[in-house]
Design a protein around this ligand. Sequence first.
Ligand code: 6PG
Length: 478
Amino acid sequence: MSAQIGVTGLAVMGANLARNLARNGYTVALHNRSVEKTDALLEKHGDEGDFIRTESLQELVDSLEKPRRVLIMVKAGAPVDSVIEQLEPLLEPGDIVIDAGNSHYEDTRRRESALAEKNLHFVGVGVSGGEEGALLGPSIMPGGSRESYDSLGPMLEKISAKYNGEPCCTWVGTDGAGHFVKMVHNGIEYADMQVIGEAYDVLRTAAGIEPAEQAKIFNDWNNGTLSSFLIEITAEVLAHTDARTGKPFVDVVVDSAGQKGTGRWTVVSALELGSPTSGIAESVFARGLSSQRDQRELAQGILEGHEGSVELPEGFVEDVRLALYASKLVSYAQGIDMLTAAATEYGWDLKLDEIASLWRAGCIIRAELLDDIMKAYAADEKPANLLLAPAFAEAIAGAVPAWRRVVATAVQLGIPVPVFSSSLAYYDGLRRKRLPAALTQGLRDLFGAHTYNRVDAEGTFHTLWGEDRSEVEAVDTH
Ligand code: 6PG
C-alpha cells in the first residue's frame, strides 16, 4: 500500500491535519523527528483511517505514490528550510512539497523559486482554524503553481471547512499568495479582536456593564450583522468565572496580549505596499502597549487623565454595537486593500470574492459578513474599496452617528479606543474632499524642493521659497 500524502511534523497542528486527511479516506504516511510522537498518534488515533508509520524522511518519501505529496508542518522559519534541505535530494521532478505552517510569504516565494529550479513544486498553504479546525475542517489558502493545485486541490478541498456545502479552499495564486492571504487574515484577526476589546472596555468602563451581563449582550450581537466566531467566543470567555477566586475570568488574566508575529508582518507589508492599514496597525500597537507593563505602571502615578463627565446617550449599547460593526468593516476594507496592492506588486491574480468565500467557515475570522463581502466582489462592477460597495456604503453610513458618539464618549472618559477612532479617521479621510496633505506637500517643497502638483494645471512645480517665491516647472521629481 502506498500513501497519497505524507505528513512530517506531528505536533498538534500536523497531527490533526494528518488525522483529518485519514478520516477523509486518504492513506497518510506519518513522520516526525522523534518517533515517539508518531507512535503516540498511532496508538490514540490509528483506527481513524489508514496510516503508514515511517521513521525517516527517506521512508516517508518511499511510501508515497507519485507525484509525491509531502506536507511539512513544523515551526515557521529555519525549521522549514531544514526539512526542505533534507527532503529535496529524496524527491523527483514533479513532486510537491507543501508548507502548511504560518510561514512568511517572502520565505515562501524564495523557497518556491529555489525548488522550481529543481522541477519541484513548493506550495505555501495558509491554514486557519486552530487545532480544532485542522482536525474538523479548516479554511485553506493554497498558493504555488496552478499545476500543483490540480493534484493537491481535491484533497485539500475535501478536508476543508464547508460553507453551505462549498469548500473553504481554493487556489489563491502563485508562489507566496497563499501565505500572504493567510497573513492578511491574521491581521484582520488582530483588528477583529481589538475592536471587540474596545467595545468590552467602553461597555464596562463607561456604562458599568459587568462581564457576565456583557456575555448576554455579545450573545445577542451574535444573532445579527456581527454574527461571527470571535463574537461567539467573546460571550463564552466573558461568561466564564474563575474557579479559584470566583471573579470574572477576564479579571484574573494579566492584561498583556501576546503575539507570534503574523499581525506585525501584516503591518510591515502594508507599509511597504503603501496601503493605509491603520486599524490592523493600531491593533498590533495596542498589543505592544499592553505589554509595556513597567511603563504603564509608572504612568499610572504620573500622567493625569483629566477625564470629563459624560451623560451616556440613550441606546448606548446599540451605539457600541454599531461602532464595533463600522470599525470591523474598515479593518476588512483595509485588509482587502492590501490584497489588491499585493496583487499588483507580486503579479498575483487574487480573486477577492473567492478569498472572502473561503473565509466564510473554518477560520478564526469567519463571519456572516464575509458572505456579503464575497457578493460585493462577485458583482460585475468591483468596488474600488469595500466601503464603496453600495450595501456597505449604506451600512457604514447608518452607523456613523453612533460611531461618533462612542468615540467622543470614550475620549471624554479617557478610554483608549485606538481602532474605533482610527477607523473613523480613515472613513472621514477617505470621504474628505480636501486633505491637509496639500500643506504637507507645501512644507516638503519648502524644505526639500520635493515639488508638488497643482489643482489647476498639469505638470510638476516648485516654488523658489528662498528667492522671490515665483513658481517654476520642475523636471526632476524627488
Ligand atoms: C488561525 C490563527 C492562528 C494563530 C495565529 C495568531 O488562523 O488559526 O490565526 O494561526 O492563532 O498564529 O497568533 P498570535 O495572536 O499569537 O499572533
